[in-house]
Design a protein around this ligand. Structure first.
Ligand code: PEP
Ligand code: MN
Length: 306
């Protein structure tokens, strides 16, 4: 077994590349130096062996049960988000997602409807009884977004936006921190460290796929990385199979795989009519497909209703 293999009996540092705990013969030194092994001190299990449970709008993430967050990539209209909320709630989702401020690769693509979309999202959440998660792109928007959302998403492109992380560290609302498309696990956990050390203990991590040489999928979903982060850190880890694969047909298999590796939750894009979606239609499930997926994830719950 390699020295970096995942062995729970080893200290966290022994799982990290180039980070070996210094071992000196005790007799040679009157003082045994205990260096902080992991650079992400507060996120590390060394600092906090128990799992952290983050509560967002009354939903506990990291408490053992798989939390499913679902909804459209973007909030497109009042009707669209109300319909999405009603359908994902009926299928058993516990939280509603929907983007109001969209980070798009091209400036010519749909950028989100901003404040109006936030209001519709909050209304749909209240109406359906689902707490809501939405992305905040810049420090100036944090106050407004925090008034409408229960969980504040930092998107993959912003994982290392330190001004945004520092601002969110002072928030009382929990933060969903997506992994950057090219971020190492250590960089991701150090980004979480900005939130924790700045005063916000309520951080949920989200694996959403990384960029590799593979071009057949939008991203490469790093489920082993998600499992490793759960071993290295006490923070809850959820998985986004929609952005992680970019393909509707892979969302189900990737969701079940994420549940199998012990993910604390899933973030799934669901649109009332994916063919008409203004963003990410090709990776969005329609409500029937989402309901079928939930049946495979929660057979007992569905059997009880049958
Ligand atoms: C999203 O969740 O809509 C999103 C833009 O995701 P990511 O930041 O992972 O690309
Ligand atoms: Mn999307």
């Amino acid at each position: 077994m390699s020295s970096r293999a995942l062995r729970p009996e080893l200290p966290v540092a022994d799982h990290l590349p180039g980070r070996r705990r210094e071992r000196r013969p005790v007799a040679a030194s009157p003082v045994v130096l205990v260096k902080h092994a992991a650079p992400f001190r507060m996120a590390s299990r060394e600092a906090h062996p128990e799992n952290t449970v983050v509560t967002a709008g009354g939903v506990a993430i990291g408490a053992g049960a798989l939390v499913v967050i679902a909804g459209p990539c973007s909030v497109e209209s009042r009707q669209q988000i109300r319909e999405a909320a009603r359908r994902v709630k009926a299928a058993g989702a516990q939280m509603l997602r929907g983007g109001a401020y969209k980070p798009r690769t091209s400036p010519y693509d749909f950028q989100g409807l901003g404040r109006k979309a936030l209001e519709w999202l909050a209304e749909a959440g209240k109406e359906s009884g689902l707490p809501v998660v939405t992305e905040v792109l810049s420090p100036e928007d944090v106050d407004l977004v925090a008034r409408h959302a229960d969980l504040l998403q930092v998107g993959a492109r912003n994982m290392q936006n330190y001004a945004l992380l520092r601002r969110l560290a002072t928030e009382s609302k929990p933060v969903l921190l997506k992994r950057g498309p090219s971020a190492t696990i250590q960089e991701w956990l150090l980004a979480a460290e900005y939130l924790l050390s700045g005063g916000n203990p309520n951080v949920v991590l989200c694996e959403r796929g990384i960029r590799t040489f593979e071009t057949a999928m939008r991203n490469t979903l790093d489920l082993a990385g998600a499992a490793l982060v759960k071993a290295l850190s006490h923070l809850p880890v959820i998985v986004d199979p929609s952005h992680g694969t970019g393909k509707r047909v892979l969302v189900g298999p990737a969701s079940r795989a994420a549940a199998a590796i012990g993910a604390d939750g899933l973030l799934i894009e669901v649109h009332p009519c994916p063919a008409r979606a203004l963003s990410d239609g090709e990776q969005s499930l329609d409500p029937e497909e989402f309901t079928a997926l939930m049946r495979t994830l929660r057979p007992q719950a569905y059997a009880a209703h049958a």
